[in-house]
Design a protein around this ligand. Structure first.
Ligand code: ARG
Length: 568
C-alpha cells in the first residue's frame, strides 16, 4: 500500500501544489510515535508567505479525513500522519495472498527483451569456484527481470575458440582415451590432457607447431578435426550440466566464441569502411587513446581474430537477433577494460544501442579453508564445492532432524542454497571470502536460516489447516497493530521495491537482505504472539500474516536462486 502516494494526492488537492513536489518534501519521522509520515511545513513558508505552524494547521483543516490514515496532527511546523494499521495490514496481506508467487511482479518490462550473459565457461578448462559468482548472479538477474515482465534471453558465451583447441587435438591424438573421457569426469579428463600438452611441449617445442597446424585445420573445418572439436564441446557441456542442474540453471543459448567466427569478416570490413580501424605494425587496431584507453586489437599480425573482435560481433548479433532493450554481461571486474574498450568501439561504429550494453562486474571470491589457486591442475571445481556443501548439510540435518523424510533432497536444496545465498548477500563488487561455517549456519544471515524460517511458517500453517473457517472475510486485521506484527508487515510490503531496486542496480543482495529482514521479523512475530489464539478472528489474522510472510520469503528466495523446502 503506497501511503505516500495516497497522501501526496490528498495534499495536492488540499494545497494546489504539485504531487511530485510534495513527494520530495514528505519525510519519515525518526520515531513512529511522532507519526509514520510527516510534512515539514517550513518548506512551504515561502510559497504561502505564512508561518509554518499556521500552514500546518490550515492544511490539516482542509485535508479532513484521508483514506488509509487514522490520525493527522499539526505539531509546531509539522503535519504528522499516522497510517491506519488495520487498513495497512489488510492491504499488504491481501495483495501477497492474491499475487502468490507473482508477488512483487509487474509488467513494466512487457514487450522488452533483455539479454543476460553469464557463466560463460571455457571448454577444456576447469569450471571452477571462480565461476560461481557469474553463474549465480546472472541467474538471479534473469529471474528478477523475468519477474518484472521482461523477456530474458540467457546466454552462455562459451570460450570455445582459440589456439588451445589445436593443442587439445594434438594432445588427444597422442594420449587421449575416448572412453575415459566419455564415461568419466569429461572436463577433468580434457583439462588433464591440456596440462599434459604443456608439460610435454616444454620438452618438445615442435608440439606447438603441430598445435598451430591443428587449429588451422579446425578453422578450415577439416572433417576429422572439426568433429573432434565439436565432441570436446559436447562432452564438456554434458559434464557441466551436472552443476547447472544442481543450481537449477538453464540457458536459452550456448552460442560461444566459435559461433561468431564466420561473422568476423563482415565486422572487420565494417570497421575499415567506417574508417574506425587502422593497421599498426601489422595488426588491425582501433585507436582509443582519445578515450584514455589502450588500442582495441581487432586482428593480430598473423591475421587471426581475438576475444574482443568476437565480442563486437556477438553484441551486434544479439542486437539484430533479440532487439534487446538491455544486454547484460555478468563478468568479473578483471575485464573492466575489455568491456570499456569494445563498448566504445560499438559506439564509434555508430551504434546508439552501445549505451544499452552493461558490464555487470563483480569481485573475486576466495575460499577460507582451501588455498585458492588457478595454477595448472590446482583448480577448485565448482562441482566439488557444491557436493561438499550438500554433504556437510546432510550431516547437520541428520543431527537436527533425524526423522525428516527425503533428507538427501533437502540437503541438496539447503547446501546449494547456502552457497548461492552467501555469494549473493553482499554488494557484488566486493571481494569475498567464502566460509563454510558462516554460510551453513542455521542462525546467521544465511540461506539455511531463511529456508528454516520458511519451513517453520509452512509448519505453522500445516498444523492450523484443520482449524476450519479461517477465510479472509473474518480476519480481524486490527490485531496486527502490535510492534512485531507491524514490523513484519512493513518488511513484506517493501519486498517489491527491493526487487525493483535490485533490477535497476543489478544487485540481488538487495533482495537477499530483504528476505533476511522478513525472516527475522517473522521469527520475532512468532515468539511474541500466540498464533493459534482461541479467538478465531485473531487466529485468522495471525495465520494470514504467517501465510503472507511465507509467500514473500519463497518469492525472495526464488529470485536469488534458492529453492524453499517445506520441511526441514
Ligand atoms: N569465457 C570468459 C572467461 O571465463 C568469459 C567470457 C565473458 N563474456 C564475454 N562476452 N566476453 O573468462
Amino acid at each position: 500500500m503506497d501511503f505516500k502516494a495516497i497522501l501526496c494526492s490528498a495534499l495536492s488537492a488540499a494545497s494546489g501544489l504539485d504531487e511530485d513536489q510534495l513527494g520530495g518534501m514528505i519525510e519519515t519521522p525518526p520515531n513512529p510515535e511522532i507519526g509514520d509520515l510527516a510534512l515539514p511545513c517550513f518548506k512551504l513558508a515561502k510559497t504561502f508567505r505564512k508561518a509554518p505552524p499556521a500552514i500546518a494547521a490550515e492544511l490539516k483543516e482542509k485535508l479532513g479525513e484521508v483514506e488509509g490514515f487514522s490520525r493527522i496532527e499539526a505539531v509546531g511546523g509539522y503535519l504528522n500522519f499516522f497510517t491506519d494499521k488495520s487498513a495497512f495490514a489488510r492491504s499488504v496481506i491481501s495483495r501477497v495472498l492474491r499475487e502468490g508467487d507473482k508477488y512483487g511482479s509487474s509488467d513494466e518490462g512487457a514487450g522488452r527483451n533483455v539479454c543476460v550473459e553469464y557463466s560463460s565457461i571455457n571448454i577444456a578448462k576447469p569450471f571452477g569456484i571462480h565461476h560461481i559468482t557469474t553463474t549465480v548472479l546472472g541467474n538471479s538477474l534473469k529471474r528478477i527481470y523475468d519477474h518484472l515482465g521482461f523477456h530474458t534471453i540467457s546466454i552462455n558465451h562459451l570460450g570455445d575458440w582459440g589456439t588451445q583447441f589445436g593443442k587439445m587435438i594434438v594432445a588427444y591424438n597422442l594420449w587421449g582415451d575416448r572412453e575415459k573421457i566419455e564415461n568419466g569426469n569429461s572436463m577433468r579428463e580434457l583439462v588433464a590432457l591440456y596440462v599434459k600438452f604443456h608439460e610435454e611441449a616444454e620438452k618438445h617445442p615442435e608440439l606447438n607447431d603441430e598445435a598451430r597446424a591443428a587449429f588451422h585445420r579446425i578453422e578450415m573445418h577439416e572433417p576429422a578435426d572439426w568433429a573432434l572439436f565439436q565432441w570436446f564441446k559436447e562432452v564438456t557441456l554434458k559434464d557441466v550440466a551436472k552443476v547447472y542442474d544442481l543450481l537449477g540453471i538453464t540457458f536459452d543459448s550456448y552460442n560461444g566464441e566459435s559461433f561468431y567466427e564466420d561473422k568476423m569478416p563482415a565486422i572487420i570490413k565494417e570497421l575499415a569502411d567506417k574508417g574506425i580501424s587502422k593497421v599498426d605494425k601489422g595488426m588491425t587496431i582501433v585507436d582509443l587513446s582519445e578515450y584514455d584507453m589502450p588500442p582495441c586489437i581487432i586482428l593480430k599480425s598473423d591475421g587471426s581474430t581475438i576475444y574482443a573482435t568476437r565480442d563486437i560481433a556477438a553484441a551486434k548479433y544479439r542486437k539484430e537477433t533479440y532487439d534487446f532493450y538491455k544486454s547484460l554481461y555478468v563478468v568479473a571486474y578483471q575485464q573492466n577494460l575489455h568491456f570499456r574498450q569494445f563498448f566504445k568501439v560499438l559506439e564509434l561504429m555508430g551504434y546508439e544501442w552501445a549505451k544499452d550494453c552493461v558490464h555487470v562486474n563483480f569481485g573475486m571470491i576466495s575460499m577460507e579453508d582451501m588455498t585458492f589457486s588457478t595454477r595448472k591442475g590446482n583448480a577448485i571445481y565448482l562441482e566439488d564445492v557444491l557436493n561438499t556443501a550438500i554433504e556437510k548439510t546432510l550431516h547437520i540435518i541428520e543431527e537436527k532432524s533425524p526423522n525428516l523424510e527425503n533428507k538427501e533432497e533437502v540437503a541438496r536444496q539447503v547446501g546449494v542454497g547456502a552457497l548461492v545465498f552467501s555469494v549473493l548477500y553482499n554488494n557484488r563488487i566486493k571481494d569475498y571470502t567464502f566460509s563454510w561455517e558462516k554460510s551453513l549456519n542455521f542462525e546467521g544471515e544465511t540461506g539455511p536460516y531463511a529456508q528454516y524460517t520458511y519451513a517453520r511458517a509452512c509448519s505453522v500453517l500445516r498444523k492450523a489447516k484443520e482449524a476450519a473457517g479461517t477465510g479472509i472475510a473474518m480476519i480481524d486485521y486490527s490485531v496486527l497493530s502490535d510492534e512485531s506484527s507491524a514490523a513484519l508487515l512493513r518488511a513484506i510490503d517493501t519486498l517489491p521495491e527491493a526487487i525493483r531496486q535490485a533490477a535497476e542496480k543489478y544487485e540481488p543482495y538487495l533482495i537477499s537482505r530483504k528476505v533476511i529482514e522478513i525472516c527475522s521479523c517473522f521469527n520475532k512475530f512468532y515468539y511474541d504472539n500466540r498464533i493459534m489464539d482461541d479467538d478465531a478472528a485473531v487466529r485468522a489474522a495471525r495465520l494470514a500474516l504467517t501465510d503472507a510472510a511465507r509467500t514473500a520469503i519463497r518469492v525472495g528466495l526464488f529470485l536469488v536462486g534458492l529453492e524453499a523446502p517445506e520441511r526441514m
